[in-house]
Structure formats: structure tokens, C-alpha cells
Design a binder for this molecule. Structure first.
Ligand code: NAD
Length: 492
């Protein structure tokens, strides 16, 4: 495979790299320096419709949907192996484009490999059922692929959050049009090239890059679109739900979060501190499921805060490509300004900045979008900094007095993605897990997921779920077949 940054990046439609009808290109930047990293073709709505047409034709005319599932499985396993063989190149590409430390990018690409393998293993296990009916009749259901499925991804885990939904859609026999985020499109296009090499038929996996409002909506509004999976902000999710509702499209929305992490007095404080540090400073806090609101029992606030602060202040910040770096830059200058804006709000609302709160001071980092790991305390709950998703390495700290108070504060948010609980008491663990209004709970763990475990948000964090065997139901439709198998009585 060619070196990943060698050539300009085009759209990937019908198995070919094409420049797009407008001939426009945009610059993709390295967030550690804000210098140009690559050029990428920008699609127009016409290109989006062309991709949908090609995908629809491939769905009808190739054998992808009609072949035995085991053949799709083989192709997807081959794709997983190819990606594994190119893991280092993809990880470096992801780090250069998105900024996260190489160690994290390696983990992301390994997760994509595992996701492909997991869904490859399910490609020949999409089963229907028989249903008892009265009389000489036989009733059964079959699960059929939908047709063309559209997938719109964000920039924080560029390839991982693209393939998290693309893999089950392909395994179920659909053809796919993927739109990665404009800031981080490179790994998706490189992945499509790899899919071609693995034998995914032309037109079954297409990638278009372009502005969300124009190109993303053109894809979802296209008459050939049979389902949409969107991962991104809650505001855009609402807009997509409106467009999808007009067309009565099945929709999966994976949206923002403002995750609470609850620390009870009996918790292992050292482990909790490490988990909390990981849950907010990993990927520079640019995570939907970031554990961004620490709620700690008042009796252990001081020792816990001291440890989390020590972690924040010891993190090695720098270009994700450098050895030993633990936190990279934010993805863009806009994101840096946004994060610092929330910190300024917290300050003016009466909160205290325990540590951080500014750009990283090192002159060597001045060109990039580096911000210090930040801890805020005593911020009023009415403050934007506590209520809205910051999407940066910013932890807010508050205390609780008992379980009821902890649960009330944890649920006092529009969001409901992931909640964390730290306790050694089984009863507290189960009781609080049951009472938290969120789609996922981790107990004595930092945010953690696997391709086989459902990933879901409730309230403003989303609709539906991803991952796990049952997600194949989102990418297939159930058809019921009722037969009268009675033999007509012969007249004697
Ligand atoms: P975003 O909503 O700005 O963009 C996400 C994608 O949607 C991009 O590809 C963008 O081009 C596209 N888009 C924008 N407007 C569109 C429109 N009108 N129609 C169709 N597509 C459109 O989000 P982002 O800034 O890229 O990512 C950060 C957000 O994503 C955060 O809110 C984060 O919490 C959320 N997120 C959620 C999950 C999850 O699984 N729940 C995972 C990661 C990120």
C-alpha cells in the first residue's frame, strides 16, 4: 500500500478515487502545528447523489447482498487482516490528522480490526424465525439488508467511529456511503482503498468528504438512502432527525455527553484517581463519554482531588507522534477557543480553577492547539461549564452527602451517555447503576467498551445503540412470509 500521506486525497466512489465535480480541495491541518498536512477533494451535493446512485446499483447488481454470508465474512476478515498489517501506518495517519498520542491511535486502529472481525463472524448468522400459526399454514421471517445505508462520523475517533457502524452494515449485506468529518477525513479514504484491496466489490463502500449541512443532508435526503447512522453533536443530531423523519428513515443517533463519575467513601482512591484522570484527559477530553463531572463524597474529596490534580499536572503534553506523550493537542484552533471559553465562563460564574485553565505555556507548543489539563471546582450548577459538553480536558468537581444526593446530581443533566461509579460495596454499585439515567454504566473502571457490548445514550445523548450482536437488526429489515401449505382435498 502506498505511503499514506503521499498523494492528495480524493473522494472514493464506485471503487475509484475521483476528484469531485466542483474540482474543489481543502487543506487538512496537523493540529500539533496547524500546518497543512494534506489536500482533500470536497464533494458537492451532486457528488453525494452520485455516490448514492453507485451504491444503490452495487447493492442491486453485485453479489454482496445475495451471496452466502460466509463470503462476506471472508472478505471482512481479509480487510481486518490488511488493516492489522498496516496498523502502524494508519495509527500515524490518525495521530497526524487528529492529534491524539500515537499510543491511543494504535489502540483505536486495533479496535477497528477487532470490530471488523467481530462483525465478520456474524455475517452468516443473520437469522429469521418460524412463527406458529393456525391451520395448514407455515409462517417464517427473513432478515434482509436494507440497501444503501448512510454513515456520518465525527472527528474525535475518525476511523473507529466510522467503522463502528459501517462494519455491521457491510456484514449484513448493505452497501454503504460514509461521510467522515471534514477535519479528519484521511483515514476513511485510506480505509476504502484497503477495502478495495480486500475484495469488497466496487460501489459497496463509498466515501464522500464535504460540509455536513450540504453533503451530509444530501446523502440522508437522497431517495436511495435506507437508513442513517450519525455520530456527532446533539444539535446536528436533532437536525438530522428532522430530515430523516420527513423520509421515515430508520435512524441511529450517537450524540454528546456530560458524564458523571461518582466516588463513594469506600472506593479505592488510588484506582479511582487513575480512572478519573484517564476518563477526562485521554484524547484530550474530546470524547462523547468523557467522565467530565466528578461527584465525590465530601469525606474523600480532599485526598481524591489531590491525586487527580497530581495526575493532571504530571501529564506529558506534546505532539502525539513524540515518544512518551500522554496528551496531544485539541483538534483545531476553534476547539481550543471553545474549551478556553468554557473555562472563562466557569471563572466568571464564581468557580475556581484548581489547575490548568490556559494554553500549554511551552514555546515549543505555541503553534499547535495545546491546552493544559484543567480541573474546576465549586462552579455553580447553573454555569454553562457544568451543563454543556465542553469536549476538552476539563473536569468539574462537586461533592455529595449520600446516595440520593449523588444520584440526583448525576441525573441533573440533559445528557445520558455513560456514568461511572467507584465503590467496593456491591449493593451501592448495583443500586446506583440502576438509578443512573444513562445508556452505559462502568463500575470501578474508566470509560470502557468492546465491539460486543452495546454502546448507547439516552436523553440528549442519542437514539438506538451501536455494537453487539443485536445491532444487526438495525441494518436489516424483517420480512414475514405466510404460506398456506394445505393440500386441496381430492374429489372422489
Ligand atoms: P458535529 O455534529 O459537528 O459533526 C459530526 C458529523 O456530522 C461531521 O461529519 C459533520 O460534517 C456532519 N454534519 C454536520 N452538520 C450536518 C448536517 N446538517 N447534516 C448531516 N451531517 C452534518 O460533531 P463533531 O464536532 O464532529 O464531533 C463532536 C461531537 O460528537 C460531540 O458532541 C461528541 O459528544 C459527539 N460524539 C458522540 C459519540 C457517541 O458515540 N455518542 C462519539 C463521538 C462523538
Amino acid at each position: 500500500m502506498a505511503a499514506l500521506l503521499d498523494a492528495p486525497y480524493d473522494l472514493f466512489i464506485g471503487g475509484k478515487e475521483v476528484p469531485g465535480t466542483r474540482g474543489e480541495r481543502s487543506h487538512v491541518l496537523d493540529p500539533a502545528t496547524n500546518r497543512v498536512l494534506a489536500e482533500v477533494a470536497i464533494a458537492s451535493p451532486d457528488d453525494a447523489h452520485a455516490a448514492m446512485e453507485v451504491a444503490d446499483r452495487a447493492f442491486r447488481e453485485s453479489n454482496w447482498a445475495t451471496d452466502d454470508g460466509s463470503r462476506r465474512a471472508k472478505t471482512l476478515f481479509r480487510l481486518a487482516s490488511l488493516l492489522e498489517a498496516n496498523l502502524e501506518g494508519f495509527a500515524r495517519l490518525e495521530t497526524r490528522n487528529m492529534g491524539k498520542p500515537l499510543r491511543e491511535s494504535r489502540g483505536d486502529i486495533a479496535y477497528v480490526v477487532r470490530t471488523l472481525e467481530y462483525f465478520a463472524g456474524l455475517a452468516d448468522k443473520v437469522e429469521g424465525e418460524t412463527v406458529p400459526v393456525p391451520g395448514p399454514r407455515f409462517d417464517y421471517t427473513v432478515r434482509e439488508p436494507l440497501g444503501v445505508t448512510v454513515h456520518i462520523a465525527p472527528w474525535n475517533y475518525p476511523l473507529l467511529l466510522s467503522i463502528r457502524s459501517v462494519a455491521p452494515a457491510l456484514a449484513a449485506g448493505n452497501s454503504v456511503v460514509l461521510k467522515p468529518a471534514s477535519l479528519t477525513p484521511l483515514s476513511a479514504v485510506a480505509f476504502a482503498r484497503l477495502a478495495r484491496e480486500a475484495g469488497v466489490p466496487e460501489g459497496i463502500l463509498n466515501v464522500v468528504v464535504g460540509p455536513g449541512k450540504e453533503v451530509g443532508e444530501a446523502l440522508i435526503d437522497d431517495v436511495r438512502c435506507r437508513s442513517a447512522t450519525f455520530t456527532g453533536s446533539t444539535d446536528v443530531g436533532r437536525r438530522i432527525a428532522e430530515v430523516a423523519a420527513r423520509r421515515l428513515l430508520p435512524l441511529t443517533l450517537e450524540l454528546g455527553g456530560k458524564g458523571p463519575v461518582l466516588v463513594f467513601p469506600d472506593a479505592d482512591i488510588d484506582r479511582a484517581a487513575r480512572g478519573i484522570g484517564y476518563g477526562i484527559f485521554q484524547n484530550a477530553g474530546q470524547m462523547c463519554w468523557a467522565a467530565s463531572r466528578l461527584l465525590v463524597h465530601e469525606s474523600v474529596r480532599a485526598p481524591l482531588l489531590q491525586k487527580v490534580r497530581a495526575i493532571a499536572e504530571s501529564l506529558k503534553i506534546g505532539s502525539g507522534l513524540d515518544d512518551g506523550i500522554e496528551m496531544g493537542p485539541l483538534v483545531s484552533k476553534e476547539q481550543l477557543d471553545r474549551v478556553l471559553g468554557y473555562v472563562a465562563d466557569a471563572r466568571s460564574d464564581g468557580g475556581t480553577v484548581v489547575t490548568g485553565g490556559n494554553r500549554a505555556p511551552s514555546p515549543a507548543l505555541s503553534e499547535g492547539n495545546f491546552v493544559l489539563p484543567t480541573i474546576l471546582s465549586d462552579v455553580p450548577t447553573s454555569s454553562r461549564a457544568v451543563r454543556e459538553e465542553i469536549f476538552g480536558p476539563v473536569l468539574s468537581v462537586a461533592t455529595f452527602s449520600d446516595v440520593d444526593d449523588a444520584v440526583r446530581q448525576a441525573n441533573d443533566t440533559a445528557y445520558g451517555l455513560l456514568g461511572g461509579v467507584w465503590t467496593r460495596d456491591l449493593s451501592t454499585a448495583h443500586t446506583v447503576a440502576r438509578r443512573l439515567e444513562c445508556g452505559m454504566v462502568v463500575v470501578n473502571e474508566p470509560p470502557l467498551t468492546y465491539p460486543q457490548t452495546p454502546f448507547a445514550g439516552v436523553k440528549a445523548s442519542g437514539l438506538g445503540f451501536e455494537q453487539g450482536q443485536r445491532v444487526l437488526e438495525s441494518y436489516t429489515r424483517r420480512k414475514n412470509v405466510l404460506l398456506n401449505v394445505g393440500v386441496a382435498k381430492r374429489k372422489t
